[in-house]
Design a protein around this ligand. Sequence first.
Ligand code: C2E
Ligand code: MG
Ligand code: MG
Length: 580
Amino acid sequence: MRESEPAIQRGAETMPADDTQREARLGNADRDLVALGIAAAAIILFVATGSSVLPSAIDAIFSNGSGPDHLLVNALLLNVVLIIFGWRRYRELQDEISERRRAEGLARELAEIDPLTGCLNRRSMAAATTALRLRAQAHGSAVAYCMIDLDNFKQINDMHGHSVGDAVLVELAQRIRRQLPKDAHLARLGGDEFAVITTHDTSNRDRVDDLVIRLYEQVSLPFELNGVTIDPTVSIGVSSDHDEQNTAPVSAAAEEAADALMHRADIAMYTAKKQGKNRYFWFEATMENELRFRNELEAGIRRGLTNGEFVPFYEQQVDVQSGELVGFEMLARWRSTDMGIVSPEIFIPIAEEIGLITQLSDQLMDQALVDARDWDDVLTLSINISPIQLRDPWFAQKLLKSLVKHNFPAQRLEVEITESCLHENIGLVRSIITSLRNQGVRISLDDFGTGYSSLEQLRTLPFDRLKIDRSFVSELNEPGGNSKIVDAIVSLGRGLNLPITAEGIEDEEILTALKAMGKLKGQGYLYGKPESAQDVRARLAKAGMLAADSNVDMPLQSDAQKPESAPEISALDHRKVAGQ
Ligand code: C2E
Ligand code: MG
Ligand code: MG
């Protein structure tokens, strides 16, 4: 197995200096000249003294001679002892050395091999990459580095336990290993991250593409573990040290170059994740800007959370027939000190990925409950919930606790979940929805039609409302003013006894078309864009829709430090910020 032979394959050029010195010391001890010298000297002395003592002794026995000199006899006996001692010492030393060699071999293997999968580890992969690059350069070929990351591994671990997670990693390693050409190495760099290095022709990268495609075919075959079916998918990033399309070839000092190769593959893999996972990308220089921008966003989100830069905005929800205001949907905004107002489409997915979505949502919801308490009792508040929040078995309890803390009636709250939540642990989602509904909170299925919810889920999950995604509603302003999908969803809602909200009502044509469809709620820019808490408050004060006990002039916590005129950064604009 190639990847279990790093110490043998590495050769002297990659062996660390202390390893080389230790090996030299062991080699000397192996041929322990001192012990051997003592034994040899003793043998020579034995021959010398023996040649004088033995004839005298024989003479004494057979011809009554005077016998050997006592001193010589003693010297002879001492020689015998010395020979025995020297020989035993020499044997012991030999045994000690081979034992030590075995132990050191084992220690080196443990330091270089991932014990779970038997692949190389991060440290030995770096050495293997350097060595392969040197060999490839000598033969005029190039080295490609493939960074392979299992998609949704955390979910596998969370849902099925770590032993299943480990078994998935072992299976994955075996599947990859079976596809590798002779010159390739496989490493597990940590967690669910694997790496493969292989050589390719400098003028042709097809060999690498073929390998990656073979990996996809094999890796994504479903398999059974403890009665659970796993459908693994991976995201792969590939870089090469001979890449003419990228301005800076990887040509620095050997170890730095190996690092750069890995770094580039990592960036490409990251892009594959961003683009929806289960795909592969070759590294391109522009990807680096994207990553830099993303790192800045991550740091900004962490800072923003501490500084209270995330605030709720509110979009009006209206009865389509009467035009009467019935409530607001809370939509998160980031008032970033560097970037102005940033759209949730940019920061929510990142907050989800870096594990801050719960903290962020809690902050926003606390503010929203404070804001909405002052509105008229007839007005509802809708909040959006991330699928990740629904993985928390205590989610319903925590939310109900917040309602009690802010003295906010559960009947006024509507929770919007998207269809992607239904891919999560559906049993848990069902129990969360049921607990919330039992307390009077209503549940809407947001962006309906854009995901993959089945009719069965619609029938069995206790939703209170469907929200038609604005991509379908916008079809209503095309000539003729009809959309088969909107019609179908409205009839479906009616059939299942589910009220409907239409999103994205941007103009009168859409409104007229919707009015013809019967009783609906609606929201969209025709009624107004999402507004700050302060603007909503002013609007409600004018309409006489603030709760009787609220103080109209009271400054709002969420509007403390706002650069109101800052432009909003949308998902499209962020590319410009990233310099792309
Ligand atoms: P959503 O829940 O479907 O919210 C509706 C989105 O459509 C909002 O975008 C709103 O500003 C936009 N919109 C409403 N009417 C119109 C219209 O007439 N024309 C157009 N072009 N757009 C309209 P926004 O605020 O950028 O939010 C985007 C998404 O981000 C939301 O989609 C929601 O899924 C998510 N989101 C927002 N706030 C939160 C939050 O606090 N938590 C979570 N988990 N997700 C949030
Ligand atoms: Mg929504
Ligand atoms: Mg929506």
